[in-house]
Design a protein around this ligand. Structure first.
Ligand SMILES: C[S@@+](CC[C@H](N)C(=O)[O-])C[C@H]1O[C@@H](n2cnc3c(N)ncnc32)[C@H](O)[C@@H]1O
Length: 197
C-alpha cells in the first residue's frame, strides 16, 4: 500500500522511510534507539541522522525516478538506500563516505536491501564528492560545510539540486540556466564535512 497525504497524493519520502527500516542500518548496540526522532551514534564519532531531518532534506531534494544521485557522507547507508527507493531501478545512487568501516557496514546493509543500482565507496580525502561520475541530478550532503563548497556545486547537472547544511543552516542549491538559486530552510546541527587528508 502507498503512503498517501491527506489530499490523497502519494508521498514517496514517507513510503521509502516506512519500507527501509532505520534499525537495519544501526549497530546492534544502538538498535533500541531506532524509534527515537534523534541522531544515533554509528561509531567512529559519526551518527545516523535524525529521521525528521532526513525527511525534510529528502523533500527539499525532490528526487525523481531515474535520476543520478550523489550521497555525500553516506555513513550507515540509510540515506543511500532511501535515495535508492526514490530513484528506483532506472536510476543510480553513489554514496561516498570517509570512514572505511562505515563504507563496509553500509555495503552489507545495502546488499541486504537488494538495491543493485546503489553503491557506496570510500571518499577520496583530496576530493569532495565524486567528480569522476559528475554531473548528478541531485546531491545530498549529510555533513556540515563551513561555506558552500563550489566543488560540489560544479558536480550538479543543469537543473540539478543539492541540499546541505552550511554553517548551521539547511541550504538548497538549484542550478538554473540563469544562474544558481539558493534558498535557506532553518537551523540544524550536523557533524562537519571534512576536506583534506
Ligand atoms: C551525519 S553522518 C551520516 C549520515 C548518513 N547519511 C546516514 O544515513 O547514516 C555524516 C557522515 O559524513 C561523513 N563525512 C564527513 N566529511 C565527508 C566528506 N568530505 N566526504 C564523505 N563523507 C564525509 C562522516 O564520516 C559521517 O559518516
Amino acid at each position: 500500500m502507498s503512503e498517501t497525504s491527506q489530499t490523497g497524493a502519494t508521498d514517496p519520502v514517507a513510503e521509502a522511510m516506512r519500507r527501509r527500516d532505520r534499525t537495519d542500518f544501526l549497530p546492534a548496540s544502538q538498535r533500541a534507539a531506532a524509534e527515537r526522532d534523534a541522531p544515533v551514534p554509528i561509531g567512529h564519532e559519526q551518527t545516523n541522522s535524525q529521521p525528521s531531518t532526513v525527511a525534510a532534506m529528502l523533500r527539499l531534494l525532490d528526487v525523481r525516478p531515474g535520476q543520478h544521485v550523489l550521497d555525500v557522507g553516506s555513513g550507515s547507508g540509510w540515506t543511500t538506500v532511501l535515495l535508492g527507493d526514490l530513484v528506483g531501478q532506472a536510476g543510480w545512487v553513489l554514496g561516498v563516505e570517509r570512514v572505511p568501516e562505515l563504507v563496509a557496514s553500509a555495503r552489507t546493509a545495502i546488499e541486504r536491501h537488494g538495491q543493485s543500482w546503489v553503491t557506496v565507496r570510500r571518499a577520496d580525502p583530496d576530493l569532495l564528492g565524486a567528480p569522476d561520475h559528475a554531473p548528478f541530478d541531485r546531491v545530498l550532503v549529510s555533513a556540515e560545510a563551513a561555506e558552500l563548497p563550489g566543488e560540489l556545486v560544479d558536480q550538479l547537472a543543469p537543473e540539478g539540486v543539492m541540499v546541505l547544511p552550511v554553517a548551521g543552516v539547511m541550504t538548497r542549491v538549484a542550478r538554473r540556466p540563469s544562474g544558481t538559486a539558493i534558498t535557506r530552510h532553518g537551523h540544524y546541527r550536523f557533524v562537519p564535512l571534512l576536506s583534506g587528508p
